[in-house]
Design a protein around this ligand. Structure first.
Ligand code: URA
Length: 257
């Protein structure tokens, strides 16, 4: 394996950063300073040191996390719990989250140390679909659904329409008849006789608060949001909120399928 790949996959830094570390003489292989990033090493027998510390090879890691509402998708936060507080420190060295979910959004979040994978999942040109289940105050008629499907203006960047999306209405009626179906801090008993609607919205972009803003643009106020799939990978519902597990090889492929 190439030395720069070995270091990048051992949470020392990005491929670009580790090449810099090698060129500036911070890396030794079997006690000898090496300044050539492309040399081949044997990850099972060679001893690699960065700044005189032995580097332990972790390889690429991929986790599925069932994000609960109430935590922030960030490495650290001065006030709130973050998604990393649900992992032990050693298993997430060099690991980052793939995209973000809002504090009040639940569901499927992927974490990895593989920058290329993250790029493929997140870049709008790669068209990886993400499906969200929602409950919202309001209602959706055929005209609203057509707008969501074809593309809609969502505020700040008015000139840019959203890309075509898929919308499927699941249930609709009065809040008082459905309140047992979901938990939300964004709705109260004063909404008892208001119309609510639930459904699935599938998008292939990742603009800030995109689902909430798309539904707002057709008069719906999201009160519950959960991401249920990314590409061909669906959240494992046996995974309790706040829990995580490694992805299987097949699941990694499914994300990009
Ligand atoms: N869209 C939103 O509005 N919020 C999320 O957390 C994810 C997508």
């Amino acid at each position: 394996m190439r030395l720069d790949k070995f270091l990048a996959e051992s949470a020392i830094g990005s491929r670009k950063k580790v090449r810099e570390y090698i060129k500036e003489g911070s890396v030794k292989v079997n006690g000898e300073v090496i300044i050539e990033p492309a040399i081949e090493i044997d990850e099972n027998s060679d001893i690699v040191e960065y700044l005189s510390e032995i580097v332990v090879y972790t390889g690429k890691v991929y986790y599925m996390f069932h994000k609960p509402a109430g935590c922030i998708t960030a490495k650290t936060d001065a006030v709130n719990k973050t998604v990393f507080d649900y992992f032990d420190n050693t298993s997430v060295k060099g690991v980052f989250h793939v995209g973000r979910l809002d504090k009040d959004t639940e569901g499927l979040l992927l974490l990895t140390n593989d920058g290329e994978f993250e790029h493929k999942v997140m870049h709008p040109k790669k068209h990886v679909e993400k499906t969200y289940f929602f409950w919202a105050l309001g209602s959706l008629d055929e005209a609203d659904k057509n707008q969501l499907e074809q593309g809609i203006c969502i505020g700040q960047d008015k000139e840019i329409m959203t890309k075509p999306a898929k919308i499927e209405v699941d249930k609709f009626g009065l809040y008082k008849d459905f309140k047992h179906e979901f938990e939300s801090e964004n709705i109260s008993s004063t909404h008892h006789s208001q119309l609510v609607v639930s459904g699935y919205l599938t998008i292939s972009e990742g603009r800030k608060h995109q689902v909430k803003r798309m539904l707002k643009a057709v008069g719906c106020y999201v009160v519950y949001l959960k991401r249920i799939s990314i590409g061909g990978l669906t959240l494992d519902e046996t995974l309790e909120k706040g829990s995580h597990r490694p992805l299987t090889e097949r699941e990694i492929l499914k994300v990009l399928a």
